[in-house]
Write a new protein. Sequence first.
Length: 362
Amino acid sequence: MPTAPQPCESLGLLVQCRPGFEADASLELQTSASAARLEGKIEARAQSGFIVLTHDKPTPHDDVRRRLDLSRLIFARQSFHVLAMLDALPERDRLTPLLKAIESFGSRFSALLLETPDTNDGKEQSGFLKRFAPLLEAALTKAALLRPDSPHLPRLHVFLVGTQCAYLGVSVASEGSSWPMGIPRLRMPKDAPSRSTLKLAEAILTLLSADEQKATLRPGLQAVDLGAAPGGWSWQLASRGLRVTALDNGPLAPSAMATGLIEHLRADGFTWRPKKPVEWMVCDMVEQPSRIAPLMAEWVATGRCRRSIFNLKLPMKRRYEEVERCRALIDQRMRTGNIKYTLRIKHLYHDREEVTCYLTRR
Ligand SMILES: C[S@@+](CC[C@H](N)C(=O)[O-])C[C@H]1O[C@@H](n2cnc3c(N)ncnc32)[C@H](O)[C@@H]1O
């Protein structure tokens, strides 16, 4: 990648992913870029936690944004348009060359996202990051480059790889995560029955807009949880005041039952049906994705539920292809019913070998 960009021309795209998912993230980015007629070369190192697509020719990032919506990438926790790459940062003073490069972009920014790969090497930098972040922020503020009161401005990403290399770039609020490295800082609620409650909490924050959250997660609304035990997801919905029918042959934790809003049924999630339509159906059953996807589509298509959040478990090698196969199964069911729908899919920070989906009628 050349090191001297023209102002605001994007040299490429940097996508951060869970270490071990570089091949899936690469295939997805290559496929999306080709569909958008953005030719380029992908570099991906196994277990590095990020991939880079270098455009064949530097392209204004507004142009790239019009053609490729980074927010739709499933295996991207975070992504941005690369404006410069510095690969010989002096360890004694990284601030001066970084600031010089940032000033050359001729832009102001709404926020600074100082990031590293989510690897052991990246974590070793966390002490340095804590010390460096306020210094860089103060320098940017002094140079009048940081304007937190102007959210329409792009966000500045400084992605440090090791001690000498930095990728610098930008994203707008709608295309990347507002959390550095796409890692939400969610506190484990003390009464929740399992850590997987955080997965549903992250899914709600990531896959639904603030307005959608407000309108659809209200006290009094009904939900069904397929494969609920020990009750982390049911508890998450009950903590928002929803009434939950929780299906599982296994037991629910006492803390879930103590909410007084959860009814536990020992029944099969594949055959059980609600007597009346419900607002939400969530599903975390450990099953083949090709069995889960049609079941979710059927619930939404027939109006048994208005919306659904569900997991597709991906223990197989070709994860991206499997997700696309499930997307096609859902699309096929919706087309048969002539139903317009919204499907959002993301590999969340709290997801391991799985992705989380949101499906609703439009
Ligand atoms: C990953 S766990 C669910 C964890 C849960 N979401 C939580 O937050 O605590 C998967 C659950 O799916 C249940 N399960 C698997 N197949 C099922 C089926 N056909 N019907 C109902 N539950 C099923 C299992 O018994 C298991 O408890």
